[in-house]
Design a protein around this ligand. Structure first.
Ligand code: ZN
Length: 202
């Protein structure tokens, strides 16, 4: 399955000249929610991710996603794995599990995001699951920005990766992009002007 093509076809992976929120410039921009706009595509991707997880032999009782980004991916993955789906959400800046969701002592929980950058939100939500007695057995995401090493990829973990190294991380594809400081951007040097993604209303 050509994951990058699916993202491109869904306008979830844009090619051009972008100014990122960090201020850096890039030739690519990921708007990962867009790939889940079509439920058939969401199902296709979640099924592929679930297949990878099942084949690894990992036992999962529940998928937990940090809101908002992970919600749809988490639900789709839980459907594909035929397990329970819960989510964590930020309240006054603190990640918490509400809405009557319970986590049993020793429950095997797989954290799920649409995309993992450093994994910070996933790990904040995982800390809440653990405080309730759950066991974090792995992390899953549709896409990986390439800071954390996923299963079946040779891209090494970078120092800013927050995922623990003793549990598996599953993702369908690495999306590693060159980023440039504005004064070193080759696209700026060739006279093109960077677009700020989200300037069309995000
Ligand atoms: Zn530029």
């Amino acid at each position: 399955m050509d994951i990058k093509k699916i993202y491109m076809d869904s306008d979830a992976l844009l090619e051009g000249h972008f100014k990122l929120s960090s201020g850096n410039h890039s030739k690519y921009y990921l708007q990962s929610a867009k790939v889940l706009e079509d439920p058939k595509t969401a199902k296709l991707l979640a099924d592929a991710l679930a297949k990878q997880i099942k084949e690894s032999g990992l036992q999962v009782d529940t998928v937990c996603a940090p809101a908002l980004g992970g919600l749809i991916a988490g639900f789709a993955l839980a459907t594909a794995l035929d397990v329970r789906s819960i989510f964590a959400e930020r309240v006054n800046g603190e990640m918490s599990i509400r809405r009557g969701f319970e986590v049993k002592e020793g429950e095997r929980v797989l954290m799920c995001e649409d995309i993992i950058t450093t994994g910070g939100s996933a790990m904040e939500a995982a800390a809440v699951v653990k405080s309730l007695g759950g066991e974090i057995v792995g992390v899953a995401a549709l896409a990986n920005r390439g800071f954390c090493r996923r299963q079946y990829s040779e891209i090494a973990t970078k120092p800013n990766c927050k995922l623990p190294q003793d549990i598996p991380f599953f993702a369908l594809e690495d999306f590693t992009f060159e980023m440039y400081a504005q004064d070193e951007c080759p696209m700026c040097k060739s006279g093109s002007e960077a677009i700020k993604p989200g300037s069309r209303g995000n």
